[in-house]
Design a protein around this ligand. Sequence first.
Ligand SMILES: Nc1ncnc2c1ncn2[C@@H]1O[C@H](COP(=O)(O)OP(=O)(O)OP(=O)(O)O)[C@@H](O)[C@H]1O
Ligand SMILES: [Mg+2]
Length: 242
Amino acid sequence: MQIFRRRIKGAPKIIVVGNLKGGTGKSTVAVNTACALGDMGHRTVVVDTDPQKSATLWSSGGQLPVGVAEFPLRDLNAAGEWIEELDVLRTGYARLVIDLPAVVSPVLASAFLVADVILIPSSPSQVDVQATRRTLKFVAQTRRERGANPPHVLIVPSQVRRGWFDDGGVKQQLTSLSEDMTPPVRHDKRFGEAFQARQWIGDVAPGSRAHRDIVAVSRDIEARMAPVRGTAPRIEPSPVTA
Ligand SMILES: Nc1ncnc2c1ncn2[C@@H]1O[C@H](COP(=O)(O)OP(=O)(O)OP(=O)(O)O)[C@@H](O)[C@H]1O
Ligand SMILES: [Mg+2]
């Protein structure tokens, strides 16, 4: 695909946040991770492809440190144009964080095709894990299509409740997906408060455990995207006590 041939060293990175299950924390992870990446010095934009426009609404108070670009797929047959327009958008940024809707659509397939990293937020509940398995079928298809240039795929344990790490059963649920995992984003009502305030967690509750969780996910993403010299170290989620 042309877009990959044009990609050069140091080119903008595309981080796609998706899961076919609604409410797993995609927009929360997308907006807050983008803000954390911005805080780390990367010029970042959130690309809102969801007709629900959660990320756009989050930015509506003008208080987020990064921009949000509405970027829906206007026409189901216009996936090629969508990728070309995205290619234009990425010229101004170092990081694009794409927030996907919870539906199978050409925008999901297109975003997976251009992703450097695919983040899949999932709670350890049975329902979420089943939906995540369905999402991973599209990941498998993407890996086949991209051949020697696969994306990094990371499960983001999301809305993790107290004791999760002590409960072998639920942790096992996510481990059974056999994909790499970021550190968890624990359940914390301050994420809801951040949305209400139209701010990111780093401004609403700086230094809080919710903020630290988001920073840890952002650092993990950056570490995995860093150029590999020799053998890449395997990054394991850090133990957490809620
Ligand atoms: N770590 C968390 N702790 C507590 N609440 C959370 C957390 N992550 C998300 N939520 C809450 O869960 C709800 C759904 O979150 P969010 O909108 O981010 O999910 P989504 O996957 O983007 O949903 P959709 O599929 O509708 O786009 C929101 O009320 C949000 O505040
Ligand atoms: Mg959403």
